[in-house]
Write a protein that binds this ligand. Structure first.
Ligand code: MRU
Length: 338
């Protein structure tokens, strides 16, 4: 499996996800500002991976002896929707506060150690999520997924793709339909590539084909990731997820969301208050730099949408599976010991 992100003596090394699958190029971030740029430009993306990058960015900032609040604010201002970003920064902030008065060398060492731990924990969390989720995947059917919630979107193994991997490892006879995921094409570029590397049979479809296949009886379940889950079970995920969930319900296909507890935001009552990132018009008007729309056309480009909890069959976490009523089940998982 590909290494998404790693701490090295030279800096934080990430595979450049803007260039996959055509080129496998690694970027080395040597400062917290470079990590912030990598997150914003989607060299690294996917909620858990963004969290790991932010933690490593904070550690780099401490190593650089930069103003701590400025480091945290710069990283926090990169992308607004994935709550894992803020969760990771808070965890690093809490550690730093507990190390007040500790000699600088020791402080730097402990901050780096914590960032590395967040990365390793994330891989273990994905594997645990996979185990819980694999049981829900019907044997002998196709799994439909959207965007990329795989090894590339985490420190390794993946959330939604972790569930798919675990089902395949458990011997289930499954194949995958990957939505291409306009406009950034995470499905076509990243999910298709990742699953192909694993030898899991995968078929690429355009987003507007999903309804056709959900109606066909071929799809056994939909599994997606999440960027933020509100206390009532509303789920923010890549734009297009909501349409998929409605189509799944219409066709009696279970709709599963796989996400670590760090993606839960129980401070928000519902998905209505989840901030939705708006990205550049050019992502919509251009494909790989080539214009496909008339100049000066008005464009909307929300990067995420919110799927109301009533469309979500279950939420798969590393601590178990939550079902409605989500107010209770999500809180129980959040309070449970790992
Ligand atoms: O804009 P992206 O590529 O960061 O969006 C990613 C998604 O929407 C993923 O589904 C989500 O972050 C979960 S990743 C395990």
């Amino acid at each position: 499996m590909v290494e998404t992100i790693e701490w090295t003596d030279a800096g934080v090394v990430m595979i450049d996800q803007t260039r996959l699958p055509r080129e496998q190029v690694f970027v080395t971030c040597r400062s917290y500002v470079e990590v912030a740029v990598a997150i914003r430009s989607m060299v690294i993306r996917g909620a858990p991976a963004i969290g790991v990058a932010a933690a490593m960015g904070v550690a780099l900032g401490v190593q650089e002896d930069a103003d701590f609040e400025r480091v945290c604010e710069t990283l926090a201002s990169t992308r607004p929707t994935a709550v894992n970003l803020f969760w990771a920064i808070d965890r690093m902030r809490t550690l730093r506060a507990s190390l007040k008065g500790v000699p600088r060398e020791e402080l730097v060492r402990r901050m780096i150690e914590e960032a590395k731990k967040i990365r390793l924990d994330d891989i273990a969390i994905c594997r645990a999520m996979g185990k819980h989720g694999a049981a829900l995947v019907p044997d002998g059917k196709t799994v439909l997924t959207h965007c990329n919630a795989g090894a590339l979107a985490t420190a390794g193994y993946g959330t939604a793709l972790g569930v798919i991997r675990a089902a395949a490892e458990a011997g289930k006879n499954i194949d995958v339909f990957a939505d291409e995921t306009r406009p950034f094409l995470q499905g076509a570029r990243l999910t298709a590539w990742e699953l192909q590397q694993d030898g899991i049979p995968t078929t690429l479809i355009t987003d507007n084909m999903a309804g056709h296949f959900l109606h066909s009886g071929r799809i056994g379940c939909v599994v997606v990731g999440a960027d933020r889950i509100a206390a009532n079970g509303d789920v923010a995920n890549k734009i297009g997820t909501y349409s998929l969930a409605v189509l799944a319900k219409e066709n009696n296909v279970p709709f599963y969301v796989a996400a670590p507890v760090s993606t839960f935001d129980l401070t928000l009552e519902s998905g209505d208050s989840i901030p939705i990132e708006q990205r550049s018009a050019e992502e919509v008007t251009h494909v790989f730099g080539v214009p496909v729309a008339p100049e000066n056309i008005a464009v909307e480009n929300p990067a995420f949408d919110v799927t109301p909890a009533r469309y979500v069959t279950a939420i798969i976490s590393e601590r178990g599976v939550a079902r409605a009523p989500y107010e209770e089940s999500l809180r129980r998982l959040a309070e449970a010991k790992s």
